[in-house]
Write a protein that binds this ligand. Sequence first.
Ligand SMILES: [Zn+2]
Length: 94
Amino acid sequence: MFCSKCGTNVPAGVAFCPNCGQATGGVTAAPAAPVYGGAPVYSAPTAVAQIAYAGFWLRFVAVLIDSLVIGFGAGIVGGCIGGITGGLMAARAQ
Ligand SMILES: [Zn+2]
């Protein structure tokens, strides 16, 4: 295209005349829209799945610890209940 002010041959896609600075009014080289290629990469589920299965013996130890903790807690609760009931029964017996 040619500049409307000075007549200089302005390359297509240039917003202003390189000779006089007149706005060409033509199609400006708009910045290309950001192109996001494909779906966003999200690898967390895979990592979680890899962590979830920790092997047979680790799971065995975990189950053992869980049973110990649960048994310990149940023992404390049972001991408290037994002590309270035993104390009440002893108090009634008097
Ligand atoms: Zn010009």
